[in-house]
Design a protein around this ligand. Sequence first.
Ligand code: NAG
Ligand code: NAG
Ligand code: NAG
Ligand code: NAG
Length: 202
Amino acid sequence: MAHLLTHLVFLFVIFHYSIATDTLNPNQSLQDGQILVSAKETFALGFFSPGRSKNRYVGIWYNKLRPAGQKTIVWVANRRSPVSGTNGSLELNGNGTLTINSIIFLPMPSVALTNPVAQLLDDGNFVIREANSNEFAWQSFDYPTDTHLPGMKIGWDLRTGLNRNLTSWRNDDDPSPGSYQASIDLKGIPQINIWSATQEKF
Ligand SMILES: *[C@@H]1O[C@H](CO)[C@@H](O)[C@H](O)[C@H]1NC(C)=O
Ligand SMILES: *[C@@H]1O[C@H](CO)[C@@H](O)[C@H](O)[C@H]1NC(C)=O
Ligand SMILES: *[C@@H]1O[C@H](CO)[C@@H](O)[C@H](O)[C@H]1NC(C)=O
Ligand SMILES: *[C@@H]1O[C@H](CO)[C@@H](O)[C@H](O)[C@H]1NC(C)=O
């Protein structure tokens, strides 16, 4: 009986970590080791360490695609502000602001929400919206890292004033902004430019 109980507790712990939801509610935290999984299980969001780094980052990866056991990271939330231990915690506060260990890692909604949820969608977009609305107050697609996913727009958003661009990782162990940027030049004929540091290169 004690043996069976141990097993049940063990299973409970496993399920606690592996049966995931796609939604983070206010005052609920996603601890390092827990993940959000999108409805059709296409994408997962959680803490990871890239390459040989011990730093912890919040990222989105393909949930099923694991070449050589590696995660294919498509987005990094805190590329400039990693967590140094495994005590990381992603939280959504009551006005719709996401924090990692209390640090606001990217610009967040400028208008306070009243009943926010953060949700990982099946196209890999991590969005903040009012629970009863389908309109996004914030979306990770507006802050791309180095990966363009279908449905993501690159270039100026005239409504938000964001110039969304792709910026390479520094190297395989470090997702902080590296030397290469791809952005759209709207002067004249819209075209994709690849920039190295601040010099147009290619
Ligand atoms: C979240 O926590 C704050 C501060 O403790 C509290 O004022 C607020 O009512 C909580 N919101 C929800 C949705 O639980
Ligand atoms: C997490 O751990 C690091 C070192 O292990 C410590 O410096 C930091 O204050 C801790 N952060 C939190 C939010 O507990
Ligand atoms: C939401 O709360 C955070 C943390 O308290 C604060 O920094 C931010 O300005 C608030 N956002 C709005 C739109 O009120
Ligand atoms: C690319 O995006 C980053 C982050 O949003 C921004 O700091 C940078 O200025 C943008 N680059 C260009 C060329 O607009």
